[in-house]
Design a protein around this ligand. Sequence first.
Ligand code: ZN
Length: 273
Amino acid sequence: MTGPSTTLRLRREGHTYLTAGPANLSQLQHVPVRGQFAYDFAVMSQSALVLFSAGQDSATCLAWAFGQYKMVETIGFVYGQRHAVELDQRPVVLEKLRLTGLAAGLGGDTVIDLSGYGAIAESALTSSRAIEMAANGLPTSFVPGRNLVFLSVAAAYAYRRGIDVLVGGMCETDFSGYPDCRRTTLDAMQSVLALGLDRQIEIVTPLMHRSKAQTWALAHEMGGDALVDLIVEHTHTCYEGDRWHRHPWGYGCGSCPACELRARGWAEWRGEP
Ligand code: ZN
């Protein structure tokens, strides 16, 4: 498999990465990463921008990205969140990750102020409304268009930085069925970005088809108990901004939908009733 016309396809996690041009097996680095990924050629040559909110999912995605890309930058958003806790936890999680030794490729972190957007896209996450099911079948925690806005802004930032991969923790198995977390939405978004920027920017979603239990399992597979402990102790998921009730799965009120999901996934992963 040599020669200038060789196209190398690497399939991992349901995504196919294409490397056009000369490819030679000797260029492939065999990477016995936890038995999952056989070769690291196409993606290790790239940089990625991880949408990082300091929650369980995005922290797991960030750790995942360290094993996939040479350089990893992070981006976060202020969008009028009801609680600033997740913003406070961002530098803490990043610093703790640096100490694990997993984060050799961790580059800069950027926080973009989109509070004007939050003001127009009011939801239970940006105002004092209760989190419940609305008449449209979506929870009131749904912030209309949030991921579309985040991805557009992240793509603009990535474009400027010469990065062509965005990594996000969007997940279809989430309880909520947020329409902007679905892979079909993200595939369409990828096409829109390619047209609008005249450059291919891939949206990679390693958690898309994982349950929360499988997300805990992935963290353990990548970084063992140390990474799981870090995620438990320092990431923040609770919609109520609760950092004073400590549970085996981390801090939170224990009763909002985000806490329930995190707790249920933890129990399932641990094999607890
Ligand atoms: Zn909660």
